[in-house]
Write a protein that binds this ligand. Structure first.
Ligand code: UDP
Length: 233
């Protein structure tokens, strides 16, 4: 049973969030997204020449994304280097961005996306993807939509939005955790992973609660980008 969340949030409530863009002077686009004690910083370079050259595509651009956790982002000090988890998360972020950015407009070029987690308290792939999509928009890349991502899941009998690390670890054998990303205005899912076991009915409920959360994140992303571009003019 999990009747009251550790941080007293409602089951469908997101942690407090912050979003800003244009935070890195030496990148073409950049963004920071914080949700509770999870924070990701993203930088976008390009479109630029493809390196190595053999990866070049004649009819479309290429997104190369690298996710990493800063050593001080977790209590135990994250190990330096690119491990299997970093590789997997880099891949799922790349796949989602491939659906969002209009890559056919950049044949023979590459967009380099770097995402760093400065604080981790679960949900880092979602926060990273949200930050990366804002950074792509900040770089002026034409996009089908922004990506808004959040994890939802089940703890005990309760369907929960935006789990903390404490919640993920709470239930015996771990909670069920489902990172989800949407292109909200298209109503398209561009990332759906499942860690744990869940019935089909519960999965539907988890996706629905995730969608509600993603729409709130989407509003914040748009607000951050509007703020940035209205400041510039
Ligand atoms: N984590 C950690 N050390 C690590 C990797 C992860 O403490 O080396 C924590 C961190 O809080 C992270 C959480 O475990 O957010 C869950 O990690 P997971 O692989 O499920 O991905 P995430 O939920 O961050 O997308």
């Amino acid at each position: 049973m999990y009747e009251q969340r550790f941080d007293k949030r409602a089951f469908d409530e997101l942690r407090p969030m912050e979003a800003e863009t244009g935070i890195i002077a030496n990148a073409n686009g950049s963004a920071r997204f914080r949700i509770g004690n999870t924070e990701a910083i993203a930088a976008v370079y390009g479109p630029q020449e493809v390196k190595p050259k053999h990866l070049e595509k004649v009819d479309r651009g290429l997104i190369v994304c690298k996710y990493d956790m800063m050593p001080f982002s977790v209590p135990d000090r994250a190990k330096p280097g690119f491990d299997r988890r970093d590789m997997e998360i880099s891949d799922v972020i790349t796949n989602a961005l491939n659906r969002a950015v209009l890559l056919e407009e950049f044949p023979r070029s590459m967009i380099d996306v770097r995402v760093y987690v400065s604080q981790a308290d679960a949900g880092t792939r979602c926060a990273s993807l949200t930050a990366a999509s804002m950074a792509c928009a900040d770089a002026g890349l034409p996009m089908r939509d922004l990506v808004a991502a959040v994890a939802a899941g089940k703890i005990g009998d309760s369907i929960c939005l935006d789990l903390t690390k404490e919640e993920e670890d709470f239930h015996e054998g771990g909670a069920t955790d489902v990172p989800i990303a949407f292109l909200p205005s298209k109503n398209e899912i561009v990332l759906l992973q499942l860690d744990g076991k869940v019935s089909r009915e519960d999965l539907k409920k988890i996706v629905e609660i995730g969608k509600l959360g993603a729409h709130k994140i989407y509003e914040l992303e748009k607000k951050a980008l509007r703020r940035r571009f209205s400041n510039e003019s």
